[in-house]
Every structure is written in C-alpha cells, then in structure tokens.
Design a protein around this ligand. Structure first.
Ligand SMILES: Nc1ncnc2c1ncn2[C@@H]1O[C@H](COP(=O)(O)OS(=O)(=O)O)[C@@H](OP(=O)(O)O)[C@H]1O
Ligand SMILES: Nc1ncnc2c1ncn2[C@@H]1O[C@H](COP(=O)(O)OP(=O)(O)O)[C@@H](O)[C@H]1O
Length: 200
C-alpha cells in the first residue's frame, strides 16, 4: 500500500490506555487466533469470550465472516486482499487494546509476515498468537460451512489449504490441538495463560 502524504497531526487523548485499564481492573491486548478454515478459531474464541465476559472482563470478538460483511466487504481472497484484510483488522484491534479492551480475533490470517506486522505494531507482550492446529483432513471432515466440498469440486478457487497457502506460525504463544482437545478445554487453557501472564 502506498502512503499518501497529508497534513495531519496525531492528537494525544487525556484519557490514556493506562487510565482505561485501571478503570476496567485488567490488562488489555490482542488474542490473535490463526488456523485453517474449520480448525475451530471461531468456536474457541467464542467460548473464551464467554468465559471472560462472565468474569466481568471487557472483551470484544472480531470474527472473519462478520468483518467481511461490513468493514471489509470490499475485499476478496487474493493474496493482496487477504493482506489488506489483516492490516485493517490489526489497526482495529489496536484501537480496542488502546480502549482497555481484550480483543479476540478469529481470522485465517495465512501469512506469517502479516501476523508479525500486527504483533510489532503493539507494545511487547500485548499480542498473543494462538495457533489453532488441526490437520486439514479433520477440518475437511468437519466442513461446517460446506466450503471444502465446494473447493474440491472447483466451485471456490484459491481456498486456503487446498490451492492457497497457509503458513503455520513459527513461534506461536500457544498451540491448541483442536483435534485432540475439546472446545471448552482449549478455552480454559487460554484462560489459565491469561491469568499466568497477569492480563486478568
Ligand atoms: N478462498 C477462501 N479461502 C479461505 N476462506 C474462505 C474462502 N472463501 C470464503 N472463505 C470464508 O471466509 C472465511 C475466511 O476469512 P478470513 O478473513 O479469516 O480470511 S483471511 O484471513 O483473509 O485469509 C472462512 O471462514 P472460517 O471458516 O471461519 O475460517 C470461510 O468461511
Ligand atoms: N476442539 C474443537 N475446537 C474447535 N472446534 C471444534 C472442536 N471439535 C469440534 N469442533 C467443531 O469444528 C467446527 C469448527 O468451526 P469454526 O469454529 O467455525 O472454525 P473456524 O473459525 O476456524 O473456521 C465447529 O463445527 C466446531 O463445533
């Protein structure tokens, strides 16, 4: 993307991230789920969101399909469009983290470089990369939206894991093997991690 030069100035706000965090009584940051379609990103993120919400923690869940209905409705699935998708989600996530919220994101986000860019845009330790690791054969047998079937039949071109790449995280903060642990256990593992890290 090209950066257009504009006469704009950054304004500091009087209510700081620290002040929001103090009001909320917990840390804020980004819990970034990545994995193949059908690996369980949405299901696990939803469950964790629920567990956190029950505890009175300020959270928000950004989910791939939903964001592509609105903010990113103009984007398809070419490599460039996926990069732009993740760039925008990264920016939105930063705003949520800045507002004292724990934001959970559930996007395939297939490229390491794009995920690393979001991590680098946040203060050290405020980004947790969660790899929902599930063999493609298992994802394909789940096929909750019938998309693998369509991709195999050639009705969807450039489907992740079939004819579009997925780069597994090199150094994720957590790996959830969703073919071996159920949804609740995966979410509880993350809850313990957030406690250990002092986020909650
Ligand atoms: N070509 C292709 N490849 C992968 N996925 C596809 C494609 N076309 C549509 N879908 C549906 O879109 C969801 C993925 O959107 P994301 O925004 O998470 O993708 S990406 O991060 O930009 O790669 C994905 O949702 P999830 O199954 O929740 O991952 C699919 O439902
Ligand atoms: N351990 C697990 N973790 C997550 N999802 C699971 C698990 N076991 C079975 N599933 C099922 O797999 C499907 C995953 O779909 P979804 O959460 O939409 O994945 P994604 O967001 O990665 O596309 C759901 O139907 C869910 O019920």
């Amino acid at each position: 993307m090209t950066t257009v030069e504009k006469n704009i100035t950054w304004h500091e706000t009087s209510v700081t991230q620290q002040a929001y965090r103090e009001n909320n009584g917990h840390h804020s940051g980004v819990i970034w789920f990545t994995g193949l379609s059908g690996s369980g990103k949405s299901s696990i993120a939803n469950e964790l969101n629920h567990l956190l919400h029950e505890r009175g923690i300020h959270t928000y869940l950004l989910d791939g399909d939903n964001i592509r209905h609105g903010l990113n409705a103009d984007l398809g699935f070419s490599e460039e469009e996926r990069k732009e998708n993740i760039r925008r989600i990264g920016e939105v996530s930063k705003l949520f983290a800045d507002s004292g919220t724990i934001v959970l994101t559930a996007f395939i986000s297939p490229f390491q470089e794009d995920r690393d860019r979001v991590r680098a845009s946040l203060p050290e330790g405020d980004f947790l990369e969660v790899y929902v690791d599930c063999p493609i054969l298992e994802c394909e047998s789940r096929d909750p939206k019938g998309l693998y079937k369509k991709a195999r039949q050639g009705q969807i071109k450039g489907f992740t894991g079939i004819d579009s790449p997925y780069e597994a995280p090199k150094h994720p903060d957590v790996i959830l093997e969703s073919h071996q642990m159920d949804i609740k256990s995966c979410a509880e593992k993350l809850l313990i991690l957030l406690e250990d890290k002092g986020w909650i």
